[in-house]
Write a protein that binds this ligand. Structure first.
Ligand SMILES: [Mn+2]
Length: 267
């Protein structure tokens, strides 16, 4: 870990010698070379331990708790496109389908006993009613033969009709507590902040969504196609983690890449 942190620090400082050792890679994959070789060798790049609970941080932006068969996603912001359209801002209206398709891949991969959507699942209170028929059917299929829990968020504070599942403000399971807005309490898994980490890679700054985690609590990346992001160096993360060191587990194309948050770049 020390070596990994030092490596990240060298790149953040723009050390050209360090950059020249980085293996060639396509631009969308930001964190390659020596660092990745190390994480591959350990084979644990995607394990995150929070309050002594071992969780899998999937590069698609979801968390899986193998012991409980629990898949967690945060900030889907479904129907954000149609929400903007109502206000005259036109975006391609396929964000809900794209987000649900990515979620379907995860459900197929993990076959979870239960899915928790960690709040701001819909961009606004009218979102569930605007769901298209195909998207509603996709959601119904995803919920088939498993529990589905909608944690309420600030964008979707009220339970909604015709979207299945059960609703709650927070959920405690074993040592973990799932809620939308992070408070930093031990064992908390939250969303809301949409963490993004920025690092220097081969002389360029690269930003990716990330899990932000200490050994006590974790903030999930936003899963929604149109969800924005907040740099992990923002004061909002210091409010959550306090003086504790925390790690940005950046979403790469195939796996997550861990960097000490203090070595990430501000916007
Ligand atoms: Mn929120």
């Amino acid at each position: 870990m020390r070596t990994a942190i030092n490596s990240a620090h060298s790149r953040a400082s723009g050390n050209p010698g360090e950059a020249s050792t980085v293996a060639p890679g396509s631009p969308p994959e930001p964190v390659l070379g020596q660092r990745e070789a190390q994480t591959r060798a350990r084979g644990r790049a995607d394990e995150v331990v929070v309050a002594d609970v071992a969780l899998t941080a999937d590069a698609a932006g979801a968390l899986y708790w193998p012991q409980e068969g629990l898949l967690i996603v945060a900030d889907l912001h479904l129907e954000k496109g149609s929400s903007f359209a109502q206000r005259g801002v036109l975006l391609p209206p396929y964000d809900t389908a794209a987000t649900l398709a990515r979620l379907a891949q995860l459900v197929a991969r993990y076959v979870p006993r239960c899915v928790i959507a960690l709040g701001d699942s819909f961009h606004d209170g009218g979102g569930p009613a605007r769901l298209g028929d195909a998207d509603r059917e996709q959601l119904r299929l995803l919920q088939k033969q498993r529990d589905w829990i909608w944690i309420t968020g600030n964008h979707d504070p009220e339970p909604a009709a015709n979207i299945g599942g059960t609703f709650g403000g927070a959920l405690a399971i074993g040592a973990l507590t799932f809620r939308h807005i992070p408070s930093g309490e031990t064992g908390e898994v939250a969303g809301h902040l949409h963490p993004v980490a920025r690092i220097a890679h081969r002389g360029r700054a690269v930003s990716r969504r990330c899990f932000a985690a200490s050994d006590r609590c974790l903030v999930m990346p936003a899963f929604g196609a149109y969800a924005g992001g907040l740099n992990v160096r923002d004061a909002a993360f210091a409010d959550v983690f306090g003086t504790l060191a925390f790690t940005a587990h950046m979403l790469g194309d195939a796996r997550v890449h861990a960097f000490a948050a203090r070595h990430c770049i501000s916007d």
